[in-house]
Design a protein around this ligand. Structure first.
Ligand code: SF4
Ligand code: SF4
Length: 449
């Protein structure tokens, strides 16, 4: 069936689709680049480079046709001539599943990616596939490309049939009895999802939303997952990854003064530095170690950091310092002061060591002590049932959504329960369970079956 550009954009907005890969950028906005922007390529990001996660691979095995349909829709909306689906080349079965449903006209192709971290960073993905370097602080659209996660694209295809985002696929792994990939209603508690993996198998478990590299520690396992939760990783307290996530910025600053040996390794392995951006974490650490505020570029370069965690978990694994955390703190402070990113250079070429400094995923897994979890078989379990969902209304980029239901109201699966006002960038949220609204606050709605 043929749809107009407006029909597709409206359906994507009404379905509440946001970037499923983690950022939560509203997809209807991404489909409307500013006037005068010329887009020639849509890239489907199926790289799934976070260790231990099997979400996107499982989706592509089971719903390859939907992903391809989503690429086709996105190409139509942005006027792109080419669609490229980025998949790690060693996942032969996934490549075969997608290959089998590609259109015969050659408009959409597969690009087989190398198995490195962070191959899913859209800056690196665009360079690997198109050999174009996104400028500092820029977006893929600055070089004629729109990138969407494969689940986001599948959700776009489903939206054309009227389906809203009420559930998502995710991996539950790490120190659990049975690592699983499941489909769960948005707002399902971490507790219920751990039960779907037959429970945890370590003392003092720490639960991470997302992958071990970029995920965040969850304080409350009765909170609900969001549209952007691609995985849940359980690790024992005291694990290297957990320790690095827990260390605070003041602790880090104090430690850095004594421990940073200016070895340059964090800059040498930094993926954005490898791309040619002027981001030198070791120099930023030096400004901290000596309480310097000059040169300011080593502070404002915080705007160029993707928070990938390579400097923290892979480069500085001996001294255990975290330029990543320092950049996050600087960025927050700069934004609070109203400072805008002053870095906009567009490198002409990547660094000469770009290719051979790529961090192979098996090496990373060993380095951050995840090998015992990575070797385990992961079961695709299907849908998880739950009796209660807690849906946060602010887990997307833009203005938070406001509740559109009241306490005690009965809702059906797919009913709108919250929305951002139309004049602001944001998202719409839908009931992921039929039942009664048992809690409403500015940012949260609970529904009980
Ligand atoms: S932060 Fe770590 S990796 Fe970077 S220069 Fe200092 S010691 Fe080396
Ligand atoms: S987290 Fe570290 S390695 Fe990653 S982009 Fe930022 S500075 Fe570079």
């Amino acid at each position: 069936m043929q749809y107009t550009r407006e029909q597709i954009i409206n359906a994507v907005r009404a379905a509440g689709i946001v970037g499923a890969g983690g950022a939560g950028f509203p997809s209807y906005v991404k489909l409307q680049p500013p006037k005068g922007t010329s887009i020639d390529t849509v890239i489907a990001n199926g790289s799934e480079c976070e260790p231990l996660l099997h979400t996107d691979k499982t989706l592509m095995r089971s719903k390859a046709a939907l992903v391809v349909d989503g690429v086709r829709l996105a190409m139509q909306v942005v006027g792109a001539k080419e669609g490229v689906i980025g998949i790690k080349g060693h996942y032969k079965d996934v490549v075969a599943a997608v290959n089998a449903v590609l259109p015969k006209d050659g408009s959409i192709r597969i690009h087989q990616l190398e198995n490195y971290y962070p191959a899913g960073d859209e800056f690196l993905l665009v360079y690997d596939i198109k050999k174009r370097i996104i400028p500092e602080g820029g977006l893929p659209l600055n070089v004629g490309v729109v990138v969407n996660n494969v689940l986001t694209l599948a959700q776009m295809a489903e939206a054309m049939g009227g389906k809203s985002v009420t559930e998502r696929i995710l991996t539950v792994t790490g120190a659990v009895e049975v690592p699983v990939v499941v489909n769960a209603p948005v707002g399902t508690s971490y507790r219920d999802l751990l039960a779907a993996a037959c429970g945890v198998v370590c003392d003092n478990p720490v639960v991470i939303d997302g992958g071990p590299m970029m995920g965040r520690i969850i304080d409350d396992i009765d909170a609900g997952i969001s549209k952007t939760t691609s995985g849940i990783v359980v690790l024992p307290d005291g694990h290297f990854v957990v320790d690095m996530k827990k260390i605070t910025v003041p602790q880090m600053v104090k430690k850095s003064k004594a421990a940073c040996c200016q070895c340059f390794r964090c800059s040498d392995l930094c993926p954005r530095n490898l791309l040619g951006h002027e981001l030198y974490p070791h120099k930023t650490m030096r400004t901290i170690d000596y309480n310097q505020s000059e040169p300011a570029k080593h502070i404002t370069s915080a705007f160029l950091c993707s928070q990938c965690g390579v400097c923290e978990l892979a480069a500085c694994d001996v001294m255990k310092l975290s330029p990543r955390k320092i950049y996050a703190a600087y960025r927050k402070e700069l934004l609070a002061k109203g400072v805008k990113n002053p870095h906009h250079e567009q490198p002409k070429e990547v660094r000469s060591n770009y290719e051979f400094s790529k961090l192979a995923l098996p090496t990373l897994v060993k380095k951050i002590h995840l090998a015992e979890y990575a070797e385990r078989e992961v079961v695709h379990k299907g849908k998880v049932e739950t009796n209660r969902v807690r849906i946060a209304l602010n887990r997307h980029l833009g203005a938070p959504a406001k509740p559109t239901v009241v306490l005690g109201q009965r809702v059906l699966l797919g009913d709108v329960i919250g929305a951002t006002s139309e004049d602001k960038m944001g998202s719409i949220y839908h009931a992921s369970l039929a039942g009664k609204v048992t809690e409403v606050s500015d940012n949260l709605i609970e529904i009980t079956r």
